[in-house]
Design a protein around this ligand. Structure first.
Ligand code: SF4
Length: 362
């Protein structure tokens, strides 16, 4: 038996579902923050098993989806420079900017390579030492420590042809913004397992207290997700909102102090633009002054220019949990995984992509 099998067994999920069905007395709206949760919920058909009174909303936890078109344009501008190779995660390559994507730029002759980690990009810089390697550094607290470790390695190894476009983001600020929106009426948060491993379960205490919000940190297997949802429902029913850590095999109350130290060593907070959510104070990460030499925007004079999201695309409303993908007029018509209009249809963790792949209607 594989380790994951235990968390998919009906012996465990069956009683959890039965309890969920028994203890819900009113309709509730729960936001699953993380894109990996969204994908797992669809993959395992969890939506169709839940009591009717539970509405699941997807949140802003897909890093590719929340990266604004202005940053995608900057990644493309970098790729179009002579002697530059953009080394990027694969799911970023087809995300549309204001005019085209990295994939389209590559088809027109720009050099874009897919890497699986920032360290792979650094390795490319070592091999191609007559080129400048630019890594689009998107991601949340989960990914940023490895980017920070790569910058420190580049500095230590005196590799001077490696750069990043810093586009990392932190999760508490957009959650605060969303929970303060009365239009959303969220009763509970299924907190992201990966991000929580770094920032710790206690990071959600201010949200739980300020908004009387029932929170559960959950892993990604069906039993994890159902246990998280059950915890939220029980908190709501008992009128005792709190933060329940249902993923203690990975997440501690304080998080990963070493990873937090790496982030703080290399980066410092800045205001950041989120697709669909706008400018959120303190939610982005820029390089500390002592690492400014790794900043591609500065060193290669790449501008970030404000731009519109693709016309008709409702990714912003999807990321805020205001609508579901079928509510977008382009869904499944002009926008499909083969011909995506917005990032939520491209990314492996995008809500539109998950809906398109797994929706019951299909
Ligand atoms: S279906 Fe496509 S265009 Fe509509 S919100 Fe999703 S990604 Fe954007």
């Amino acid at each position: 038996m594989k380790c994951a099998d235990e968390f998919r067994s009906r012996d465990i999920t069956g009683p959890l579902l039965a309890e969920l069905n028994n203890c819900l007395s009113r309709p509730v709206r729960i936001m699953e923050v993380c894109g990996t949760h969204t994908m797992s919920i669809f993959r395992h058909g969890i939506r169709s098993l839940l009591p009717e009174g539970i509405t699941l909303l997807s949140g802003p936890g897909c890093p590719v989806c929340v990266t604004p078109a202005s940053h995608i344009d900057a990644f493309i501008r970098a790729a179009e420079l002579p002697d530059v190779i953009v080394a990027t995660f694969g799911d970023l390559i087809r995300v549309p900017g204001s005019k085209n994507s990295l994939a389209a730029a590559r088809a027109e002759g720009a050099r874009v390579e897919i890497v699986y980690s920032p360290m792979d990009a650094l390795e490319l810089a070592r091999k191609e030492n007559n080129k400048k390697i630019v890594f689009p550094a998107i991601g949340f607290e989960t990914t940023v420590p490895t980017i920070a470790a790569t910058i420190l390695a580049a500095e230590q190894q005196q590799i001077d042809n490696f750069f990043i476009i810093s586009a990392g983001k932190t999760m508490p600020q957009p959650l605060e913004l969303l929970m303060s929106d009365p239009e959303l009426e969220v009763d509970g948060l299924l907190c992201p397992g990966h991000v929580s491993a770094i920032i710790g379960a206690n990071a959600y205490l201010p949200l739980a207290e300020k908004y009387s919000l029932s929170c559960a940190v959950a892993g990604f297997e069906p039993a994890d997700i159902l246990a998280g949802l059950l915890s939220i429902i029980k908190q709501i029913e008992n009128g005792q909102p709190q933060v329940d850590n249902c993923y203690t095999r990975v997440v501690s109350d304080q998080g990963n102090i070493k990873a937090q130290g790496l982030i703080n060593r290399v980066f410092t907070p800045e205001d950041s633009e989120w697709r669909g959510l706008g400018l959120i104070p303190g939610s982005g990460l820029k390089l500390q002054e002592e690492f400014a030499g790794f900043d591609a925007l500065k060193e290669l004079a790449i501008p970030i220019e404000a731009t519109e999201d693709p016309k008709g695309c409702k990714c912003g409303d999807i990321l805020k949990g205001l609508i579901l993908p079928p509510d977008c007029p382009l869904y499944g018509k002009r926008c499909t995984p083969l011909h995506p209009v917005g990032p939520c249809m491209v990314s492996n963790e995008g809500t539109c992509a998950a809906y398109h792949r797994y929706s019951e209607k299909r």
